[in-house]
Every structure is written in structure tokens, then in C-alpha cells.
Write a protein that binds this ligand. Structure first.
Ligand SMILES: Nc1ncnc2c1ncn2[C@@H]1O[C@H](COP(=O)(O)OP(=O)(O)OP(=O)(O)O)[C@@H](O)[C@H]1O
Ligand SMILES: [Mg+2]
Length: 326
């Protein structure tokens, strides 16, 4: 049995299925990602997994134990950072951690030791006795992460750990998660960011409308789309013409989206792009850009859901609405 097994999970709110038959396994030591847009069912799935919410049907086993029957035992094994978790603003960083240590019944000496370690790990030692409410968003999130780790859980569950963080703090969070990975901690995280899933996760499930639409390693998922993606950007009125030429040269039927023509090129990408540019040139078709790239998770989303997503890294500080996939 795998470390985490989620089987045929369904959660209905009235008639609406927020989670609609989700199954996946997570191996010990893995970072497993659940990638999906707002409202896809990520938090609902996690809440069922940790016993906060009761599934309509299906089951979750962690370390061989059924969460619906062994919630108390499993609590010790799991560290959860929820999407909305906030620090206790009026308490210092140290007090925030001590409070949590108390919840897990750590002894005084254990508490002292782990709190000191946690502060160090979060690079907050020099701010230990400052009120957490005065911390920047990144500092608060670092404090929350080490708080989640205070009882040394074997399974770390992070619901959108970097949403709302700027690039620098996000990078710091990533390296922290990677460090925990190197220590052998199993992590399940949700994210709306393609590049986060790409950068961090050993395997991931892409979910949309409560269903898994793709699952595997990054490269397995990307192979759904193909090997090499040709993209020609032209003036919209020429897109059809470009498409015909691409088809003639490559033998592949392209897709047109406004001013973009894309095709999945399987053979001889270099020769193909050269022949296509020559043909476009000969036919005097304006080409604003032409490129060949390996598929991205964005391409996968496009293929599977019909809608594009662009993870604008620079927009991290903006509202969630702007980060929606559709
Ligand atoms: N208690 C509830 N009652 C009714 N509907 C709910 C409830 N909780 C969640 N939903 C609905 O279920 C769907 C999935 O919600 P969920 O919070 O799991 O999505 P999510 O993927 O975590 O989204 P986000 O990225 O915004 O956090 C949404 O349409 C949401 O409105
Ligand atoms: Mg959520």
C-alpha cells in the first residue's frame, strides 16, 4: 500500500459535486502537486484527506490507516498549512510556535529545542521576540510553515503555500520545501501556478471541476501534448493561410487561435521550422514570431480544457481574480 491512497473520492454540496471521483496515490518521500484553477476542488480534497470534511463517498488511507476512523492517530503524522492560516498577530514569533507546540503536547525541553530550530529554519531568529503582526507577508508565511512542522510530521500538506507571495518569497518557500524533501518528508501541495508545479513536484494531478484531467510526472503530462510545439504568430487575417502552409510542409493539422497557429511537430523539428519559415517567406506572409518549444504545462491545460492560462510571474502580488485560469 502506498503512503497516501485516495480512492474514488466524491464530495457533494447539495447537488453540486465539488470533488467528483478523484483517486491518486502518493509515495513516501514524494512531493505531489494538485494543480488547478480557483474552485477546482483542491481545498475540498485536502480537507477530506485530513478528516476536516466528511466525503460523500470514497476513502483516504494514510500510512495504511483510514482517515475517517483513525483521525486522531493520524493527526500526529500530518502537518497542515491551510490556505487561510494566519499568524497570531499579537503574539511574538516565538509565542506563535510555543502555542502550537503546546497543542501537540510537546514537553518543555522539546518545545525549547524545536522552537529554536524552527526560528532558525524560518530565518526569524533575530525577530523571535517581535510581534508576528508586524512581519511582512513572506515572514509570516515562513513562520506558518515552520509552525506546521513543529511536531515533526511525516506528511506535510500545504494548501497554496505561495499564493499571494512575491517572487523572492516564493523562491524562498520553494527552497524550503525542497529542503524538507531532501529530509525525506512527504509533501502534498496545491497550487494555481503552473511553474510551481513544474519546479517542485515529482508528480502531479491537474484538476478541473472536481476531476483529475491529467496525472503523472511533469514530462509524462507534457507528452500528452506532444514533443515539439511549433508556434507561428502572424496577423489574424493571415492565420488561415499560415495554417495551410504549416499543414503542407509538416503534414500536421495545426490549431488556430486568433493570430496564433500551433502544431505538434513529431519529426525533425529543426528542419521543419526552417522549411516552414522559407515557405512563409516565399508567400510573403507577415510573421511576427516563429518558435519551436517543448510543451509546457500551459500547453497541456490548453489542450485538455480548451482555455489558455498564462502564469504571469510578475503579477504575483495582484488579486487572485487575475490569477484565474479562465
Ligand atoms: N461548504 C461548501 N458549500 C458549498 N460549496 C462549496 C463549499 N466548499 C466549497 N464549495 C464549492 O466547491 C468548489 C470547490 O471549492 P474548493 O475550495 O475546493 O476549490 P479550490 O480548488 O480550493 O479553489 P481555490 O483555488 O479558490 O482555493 C467551489 O465551487 C466552491 O464554491
Ligand atoms: Mg482552495
Amino acid at each position: 500500500m502506498e503512503f497516501v491512497e485516495v480512492r474514488d473520492l466524491v464530495k457533494k454540496f447539495g447537488e453540486f459535486a465539488a470533488v467528483n471521483d478523484i483517486s491518486f496515490n502518493v509515495k513516501r518521500g514524494e512531493i505531489f502537486g494538485i494543480l488547478g484553477p480557483n474552485g477546482a476542488g483542491k481545498t475540498t480534497t485536502l480537507n477530506i484527506m485530513i478528516g476536516l470534511l466528511k466525503a460523500t463517498s470514497g476513502s483516504v488511507f494514510i500510512n495504511g490507516l483510514d482517515i475517517s476512523r483513525h483521525g486522531t492517530e493520524l493527526k500526529q503524522l500530518i502537518g497542515l498549512m491551510t490556505q487561510e492560516t494566519v499568524v497570531e498577530a499579537d503574539l511574538t514569533a516565538r509565542q506563535n510556535l510555543e502555542l502550537f507546540a503546546k497543542l501537540y503536547h510537546l514537553s518543555k525541553s522539546e518545545t525549547d529545542e524545536r522552537v529554536a530550530e524552527a526560528l532558525k529554519e524560518a530565518q526569524l531568529t533575530e525577530f523571535a521576540d517581535k510581534k508576528a503582526g508586524t512581519f511582512s507577508g513572506g515572514m509570516q508565511r515562513r513562520l506558518l510553515l515552520v509552525k506546521t512542522l513543529i511536531h515533526e510530521p511525516k506528511l506535510l500538506i500545504l494548501d497554496e503555500p505561495t499564493t499571494g507571495l512575491d517572487i523572492q518569497n516564493r523562491a524562498q518557500m520553494w527552497s524550503h520545501i525542497r529542503h524538507l524533501h531532501s529530509l525525506g518528508i512527504t509533501t502534498i501541495l496545491t497550487t494555481q501556478y503552473l511553474e510551481e508545479a513544474d519546479a517542485l513536484c515529482d508528480r502531479l494531478a491537474i484538476i478541473d471541476h472536481g476531476k483529475i484531467i491529467a496525472m503523472g510526472t511533469n514530462s509524462e503530462i507534457k507528452r500528452i501534448v506532444g514533443e515539439n510545439i511549433l508556434e507561428v504568430v502572424t496577423e489574424e487575417k493571415f492565420a488561415q493561410k499560415v495554417s495551410v502552409i504549416v499543414k503542407e510542409v509538416s503534414g500536421v493539422a495545426p490549431e488556430i487561435k486568433a493570430d496564433k497557429v500551433t502544431a505538434n511537430i513529431k519529426k525533425d523539428p529543426l528542419g521543419t521550422i526552417r522549411r516552414i519559415s522559407d515557405a512563409l517567406n516565399k508567400n510573403k506572409i507577415p510573421v511576427l514570431a516563429i518558435s519551436m518549444h517543448l510543451p509546457t504545462l500551459d500547453d497541456v491545460f490548453m489542450k485538455l480544457t480548451g482555455s489558455t492560462i498564462r502564469d504571469e510571474t510578475g503579477e504575483m502580488k495582484n488579486s487572485r481574480a487575475q490569477m484565474r485560469f479562465r
